[in-house]
Design a protein around this ligand. Structure first.
Ligand code: SF4
Length: 212
């Protein structure tokens, strides 16, 4: 990232952290992914159970590598191969100590915008795991909720559709058509505006462009 952009984002992050605090959400600023990995290492105690939702940011930052190789009890949904195993892993995940995810967008006033199809990662954000840690790159910051929804449908859904082969208009044309296709990824639009549980949601702002 250009030095001027990095400098500006550090200031944006400082403002955002204050705005998140008003929403009872903890904010952290890390200039780089490497700093974010070290922060996560300090936030998650050894032996804690950890799980995550689909996220390119987790892989790009190196946080997923930390979780899978570190001293944690990993609850990985990809290990389930049958419907029965998937139900069993889901039950474990809902009681995890830590759930990791990114956000589709974060407004400058601290509203967290997410859009999902099955809503696996979002249901764990809303309720269940004791802690939720969100890793958010500088490219996810937007002015308001509407801009967050537009950002998601313009920049996140088309590449995700290509990755997942959803056969939706955004996969076939690269543009959202407000579809109701069988594999629509926009079934749930969730705006997190406040946390009732002190210390549960932590947002790590990273001074890099990460994920979609
Ligand atoms: S509404 Fe449909 S076409 Fe639009 S981004 Fe979502 S899945 Fe793609």
């Amino acid at each position: 990232m250009h030095a001027a952009r990095q400098d500006a984002f550090a200031k944006t992050a400082a403002t955002l952290i204050k705005n998140l605090e008003k929403r009872n959400i903890e904010g952290y600023y890390c200039p780089t992914s490497a700093d974010a990995v070290e922060l996560v290492r300090t936030l998650v105690p050894e032996g804690a159970s950890v799980t995550w939702g689909g996220s390119e940011t987790l892989a790009e930052t190196g946080v997923k590598a930390l979780l899978t190789s570190g001293p944690y009890r990993v609850i990985d949904r990809s290990r389930a191969t049958t419907p029965e195993e998937q139900r069993a892993v889901w039950r474990e995940r809902t009681c995890a100590d830590f759930h990791f995810m990114s956000a589709n967008a974060l407004t400058v006033s601290g509203e967290i915008v997410n859009i999902d199809g099955n809503a696996d990662r979002l249901s764990l954000l809303l309720h269940g795991p004791e802690h939720v840690i969100m890793l958010v790159g500088a490219n996810k910051i937007v002015t308001d909720v509407d801009a967050g929804i537009k950002r998601t449908r313009t920049h996140a859904c088309p590449p995700n559709a290509s990755r997942l082969h959803t056969n939706t208009p955004c996969e076939l044309t690269g543009v959202c058509r407000e579809c109701h296709a069988p594999q629509c990824m926009c079934c749930q639009v969730v705006v997190t505006r406040h946390s009732r549980h002190t210390g549960r949601i932590k947002v790590v702002l990273i001074g890099e462009d990460l994920g979609f």
